[in-house]
Design a protein around this ligand. Structure first.
Ligand SMILES: [Ca+2]
Ligand SMILES: [Ca+2]
Ligand SMILES: [Ca+2]
Length: 207
């Protein structure tokens, strides 16, 4: 089992407005084919018939070309992606699209959070995303009225094993969202510790 907790910059795709920006957490259950984050596309173009190691950034940004790069999440594996230059809001109709590019029975549980967090308690169950389709979600269906900054995808099946085991996540798209001003986005991107220090100093100057 491997647990990674870090913030990965989006290096694979340029268009991040309306799409996920960072990886907050990744968990590999060990039920896949390889001992690395696996999938297809990105900077490791593989033969179509086999899985290969991919950077987690394949799930960030959009997939503008004719083929999507994706991360295969085997049963029990999950990834949490964060939005930093935009936040998802409940608007008219659907608010979030989750794109799966496999062709087998591959579903995943989708959870959302208002904070970039690795704590399960911070997440609310939104629904089930299906395989070989783009599944749409409307925040209104669960009465979620806050901002969504993190989306967690937990794989339920291992369809496609061994070439693309489980839920093949191509991207996470925000349909209704609000852009975050650059300084605020920088704040979200991990300057929290620096910021806390600054607040403390500011308070001490004023006292
Ligand atoms: Ca974004
Ligand atoms: Ca909505
Ligand atoms: Ca992708």
């Amino acid at each position: 089992m491997v647990i990674v907790f870090t913030i990965f910059a989006n290096i694979a795709h340029a268009n991040t407005i309306g799409f996920a920006d960072v990886v907050v957490e990744y968990f590999d259950s060990g039920n896949g084919s390889l001992s690395c984050p696996e999938g297809q596309g990105g900077v490791f173009p593989p033969p179509a018939s086999s899985a290969t190691c991919v950077p987690l950034s394949v799930v960030l940004g959009d997939d503008p070309g004719s083929t999507s790069d994706y991360l295969s999440l085997s049963t029990g594996s999950f990834i949490t992606v964060g939005f930093t230059d935009d936040v998802i809001l409940d608007g008219v109709g659907n608010d979030i699209f989750i794109s799966e590019v496999g062709d087998a029975e591959e579903n995943a549980e989708i959870y959302i959070s208002s904070v970039l967090s690795t704590n399960t308690a911070d997440f609310t169950f939104l629904g089930i995303a299906n395989g070989n389709t783009v599944t749409s979600f409307d925040l209104a269906t669960i009465g979620f009225t806050g901002q969504v900054r993190a989306v967690k995808i937990v794989s339920l099946e291992n369809g496609g094993f061994p070439s693309a085991p489980g839920f093949d996540l191509a991207n996470v798209e925000a349909i209704n969202f609000s852009p975050v001003p650059v300084p605020a986005a920088f704040w979200l991107l991990g300057s929290a510790l620096v910021g806390l220090g600054w607040v403390k100093r500011k308070q001490s100057f004023e006292s």
